[in-house]
Every structure is written in C-alpha cells, then in structure tokens.
Design a protein around this ligand. Structure first.
Ligand SMILES: [Mg+2]
Length: 381
C-alpha cells in the first residue's frame, strides 16, 4: 500500500505578492492579465477575492466586473520560481521522492516509511508549519494511498488544512463530493455527466466499469477508477532523463533467435547500468526489432519500478518473443527503458535479500565504471 503526501501552496502567487508587499494582506488581490486591456485571465486570486465569485482561469474582464475595487497585479514570476525552489529544497529534507507537478504542487512518496516517521498527520503538520515559519507560505496537505486521493484531500482541506484519507476509506471519502472534484472533470465532462444524472462521486462509483467505458471511452473508465478510490502511485521526478535505450545493428542479418536473445541480454545489462548510475528505476520496458526489409516492430510492457537486470531481462525476453513473429531475418535489435521513478533505498530497508542484491548491483556498476563493461559478467540469480 502506497502512502502519498501532496502539498499544495494556498493561492501561491498572492502569498508571494504579500511577502513582497505586506500591505496587500487581507485585501482582494488578483494576479493576472491587465483588466484595462480586458484580455486574458486570472492566474491566481486571494481568498478575499474569491468571496466575490472570482477564481483562477476566469476572464479578467469578468473578474473586474465582479470585483472592481480589487488590487490587480501582473505578478513577479521570477520570485515565484525562487520561492518554489525554496519549498522544494525544504521538502527534500523529508524525502528525496518528490514529484513537482507544478510551481506550487508537490507529491511525496512515504510508502514504507510509516515506521520511521510515526504519525503521517503529525509529519504533515510539521511540514506545513515549517513552510509557513521559514517561507511565510500557507499550504494545504492531502495524505492518501494514491496521487488522486492525496490531491483531492488537499483541495478539500484548503486553505491551510490537512486531510488524511485512511487506507480503505477512499470510496467513503469521495462518495458525497461533487463530480467536478475529480481531476479530469472539466466543464464539458461535468455537463455530460450531469445530463445523465451524475451529481456526486458515489453516482459514478456505483455504476459498472463497462458502462463508463462504453459511454465515455478511455477517459470514462479512468474517471470510474478514480471515483472508486484508485489512482496512480508512481511519482515522476521532473527534469531527469526521459528514457535510456541501446540498439545493435548486425553486420550480417540474423535469423537465430538465441543470438538475438544474447544481444539483448548485453544491451539490457548496459541500459540497466546507466539506469542505476542515474539513481532511477524504470516502469516501462520496450524492445525494438528491425527486419531486413526495414519493417520495424516495437513492443512495450509496464513493470513495477525496478533497476534489476534479471527482472528486466525476463520482460525483454518475453517482448522479443512477441515481436519476432515473421520468418524474416533481422538487422537490428534494441531495448529501451522509460517512465522513470527515483530509486528508493528505504523501500528495501526491511528486505535483506533485496538489499543484498542492490549492493551487488552497485558493486558491479563500480567495477564496470572503473575497468570497462566487459570486466565482469553475471547471469541472473
Ligand atoms: Mg496551489
């Protein structure tokens, strides 16, 4: 069971503006386009402005009509970046497992760390307090078993609150909330759902998956999953390499399956080494095959986060079997790893065997870095 903590700064742009100019406190502040020009939208607004019906992404003209005495600012976007980085640095002290979803939203993975940190609620309070005391930024936190639940929990707690949705309580928590609470339900989708009589999340959850898949396609199925308390648990760190791949072109086209297999074995070991050097784990494995007539086939498979050669090669081998379906010789084979997550040592703290494996891989990597790739070989466990 995953444990995701999501921290979202409350009306972030406005909070920064108030640090730069404390006289803005307690007033309706709007950051966004120039209302005199009348084009563009509200980027952010204070809670005082929200009382007039303002919200982000609203046309600035409409905002001005509703709240003509508000304080309209263009915003100090460089400062927002600086504060955003400061928040991230502060959160990194708690865990290296962070996905920054936007300038003011941070997902953190505390799976398997409950023992170390004790109460997640206390941990969230501590984080929230520290962000406030050190940076004067108010934030809300959601804690849950996946990213969607954590995010909805944080929205639910705004401003300056914490929601902890206990594992197993996801459906009950979501049930009474309006459907537009679910990420992915925009104005159009909301209207479509309303027309069919769906108002609260429970209305969606009690239907069958088939119904939603048929009525609304893939997006509908996704929505149904979320309504039932499920969601992604995988964090995607920003600004890192998106994929690692290696391919080999044969001097003479081959038809021998075993030969392709052994080439892919070596390629797999190489990409895995790069993966571990970057301190990442992969969640998607792909195999590419180019026939002598240049027809190219690729096959992908989603896997649990791993940097383990043995596990990854098993998937590669299966993908190769699927990809090699013609009796035509092959000129190129390749392997690619993508959709990375950051390597988490903590996950294996309580698992002796896994920890030993990791140490072994690290050692192999070190030896190869020093003496070259072919200096050491290993063939599964
Ligand atoms: Mg925010």
């Amino acid at each position: 069971m995953s444990l995701i903590l999501y921290l979202d700064l409350d009306s972030f742009f406005v909070s920064v503006e108030r640090i730069l100019d404390p006289s803005l406190r307690g007033k309706p502040v709007i950051v966004g386009a120039d209302p005199e020009q009348g084009r563009g939208v509200v980027a952010a607004c204070s809670y005082e402005a929200r009382e007039y019906g303002l919200h982000s992404a609203m046309p600035i003209k409409e905002a001005y009509r509703l709240c003509p005495h508000g304080i309209y600012l263009h915003g100090h976007h460089k400062e927002y970046e600086l504060f955003s980085r400061a928040v991230k640095r502060l959160l990194e002290k708690y865990t290296p497992q962070i996905e920054q979803a936007s300038v003011d939203e941070f997902y953190m993975d505390f799976s398997g760390l409950k023992k170390r940190y004790g109460s997640m609620f206390e941990l969230a309070k501590k984080m929230q307090r520290e962000v406030w005391q050190k940076l004067s930024l108010p934030a809300s936190v959601g804690i849950g078993s996946n990213k969607t639940i954590a995010k909805i929990g944080s929205d639910y707690a705004k401003p300056n609150g914490i929601t902890y949705v206990l594992p197993g309580m996801e459906k009950e928590f979501l049930a009474p909330l309006p459907i537009e609470t679910l990420p992915g339900v925009g104005k159009v989708m909301q209207q479509k759902l309303n027309e069919k009589g769906f108002r609260i999340i429970a209305d969606i959850a009690r239907m069958t998956a088939d119904y939603f898949a048929t009525a609304f396609g893939k997006a509908g199925l996704n929505l149904w999953e979320k309504a039932n308390g499920r969601g992604s648990e995988i964090l995607i760190p920003r600004g890192v390499q998106k994929s690692i791949s290696k391919a080999h072109t044969y001097e003479k086209d081959v038809i021998d399956f075993t030969k392709m297999e052994s080439t892919l074995f070596e390629l797999t070991a190489k990409v895995c080494q790069s993966l571990r050097n970057l301190n990442l784990q992969t969640t998607v494995v792909s195999v590419k095959l180019r026939y002598s007539d240049f027809i190219t086939v690729t096959r992908d498979k989603k896997v649990k986060p791993t940097d383990d050669d043995g596990e990854i090669f098993e998937t590669v081998r299966r993908l190769l079997k699927q990809a090699y379906s013609r009796r035509v010789s092959v000129r190129l084979v390749g392997v690619k790893l993508s959709r990375f997550v950051e390597y988490s040592e903590q996950l294996t703290l309580f698992d002796e065997k896994a920890a030993a494996r990791k140490r072994l891989f690290r050692t192999i990597t070190k030896i190869r870095d020093k003496y070259g790739y072919s200096s050491i070989g290993f063939y599964g466990f």
